[in-house]
Design a protein around this ligand. Structure first.
Ligand code: WQD
Length: 339
């Protein structure tokens, strides 16, 4: 009997890629999404990729009745929870809305799960829960902290889940701390699709490559790194999606709760990515060096050993795969929009 998974935020960037990986792993998947940060036609494109109808409930995790209705309509075996607000900068300007959606929304979901007798959850966390450190690669045991409201809500989410699990042995959780997701599905039918000017590096470079933005601003080249620009642990979004399947498979097989990094353990600089993207799109991309961005760290990458030991997970795609897939997606989407 196929297990049924509730995928909250399943129409979003990482959520939609995880949808594909879950279906291909043999799960039935029900999407709950309020489409506040997802285009309306994502489910149609997921249907093309998977070749099967997509079940979607358009609702907000803050709407307890709507969430309960999903559990009444489907026999849910586990939940993969992405639905959250995720822009670090924005979280500083509207902290209460971030705490409400990311923390109250999580509490609503956990209460509904408990009432429905569902006790397995995979939680989308973030490497931003680590305190600032010079000690790379960062292991899961590193000191925790937060430099933004977004990171605070992810840290609170982890603590809420662990506190609930401590009160009732039926709970099992997979807490997954992402480093920097990038790239797109090989079909070029889904990918990162920010509505406004992107904050993150790859979607910004993608818009420069497709001519929607004039030039990349490199935020500082005077960092203590090999070429002076910021170094990060970029992980292909499909590797990330497959990491969620590994975590869920483990929980469904009765494994203990786990907290793991989902990263590659490799650091790439801004100029490394620019060079790789230029190769992918076939032209040198324009950039200029500007001041450092407030709050940025020089270097940040994770230790992937625990995910490999506990889940058998290892990222297998590299920076060129991320850039090639992003370029295929953004150029297809741009042609579609241009048509
Ligand atoms: C990467 C590097 C910038 C844009 C963020 C957030 C959080 C997390 C991962 C979820 C840095 C440089 C960037 C640009 C640039 N996701 N840069 N020009 O800041 O490492 O982390 O994403 O939890 O959302 O913490 O990612 O892509 O913004 O920056 O030079 O236009 O690229 O200085 O060195 P970051 P990023």
């Amino acid at each position: 009997m196929r297990k049924t998974i509730l995928l909250t935020g399943g129409a979003g960037y990482i959520g939609s890629h995880t949808y594909v990986a879950l279906v291909q792993a043999g799960y039935e998947v029900v999407i709950l999404d309020n489409f506040s940060n997802a285009r309306a036609d994502v489910p149609d494109r997921l249907e093309v990729i998977t070749g099967a109808p997509v079940t979607v409930h358009r609702a907000d995790v803050l709407d307890k009745q709507a969430v309960a209705a999903v559990f009444a309509a489907h026999k849910i075996d586990a939940v993969v929870h992405f639905a959250a607000r995720k822009a670090v900068g924005e979280s500083q300007t509207i902290p209460l809305e971030y705490i409400e959606t990311n923390c109250t929304g999580l509490v609503n979901l956990l209460m509904t799960m408990r009432d429905a007798g569902v006790f397995r959850i995979v939680f989308s966390s973030s490497a931003t829960v680590y305190a600032e450190t010079e000690d790379w690669p960062i292991p899961e045991e590193a000191e925790l902290g937060y430099a933004s409201t977004y990171a605070l809500t992810k840290l609170m989410g982890e603590q809420i889940i662990r506190q609930v699990a401590g009160s009732d042995a039926r709970w099992r959780h997979g807490i997954l701390r992402y480093f920097n997701p990038a790239g797109a599905h090989e079909s070029a039918l889904i990918g990162e699709d920010p509505r406004d000017i992107p904050n993150n590096l790859m979607p910004y470079i993608a818009k420069v490559a497709v001519g929607e933005l004039p030039t990349l601003n490199v935020f500082g080249d005077d960092y203590p790194t090999p070429d002076g620009t910021g170094v990060r642990d970029y992980i292909h979004v499909m590797d990330l999606a497959e990491g969620h399947v590994k975590s869920l498979d483990a929980l469904m097989a009765g494994a203990e709760s786990h907290i793991v990094n989902l990263g590659t353990g490799k650091g790439y600089s801004v100029l490394d990515m620019l060079a790789s993207y230029s190769k992918a799109c076939g032209r040198d991309l324009p950039y200029r060096v500007t001041e450092r961005r407030a709050g940025d760290l020089a270097c940040y990458f994770g230790d992937p050993a625990k995910a490999k030991a506990l889940l058998g997970f290892q990222a297998r795609r590299d920076l060129d795969d991320m850039c090639r897939s992003s370029w295929a997606w953004i150029s297809r989407r741009s042609n579609m929009r241009g048509a």
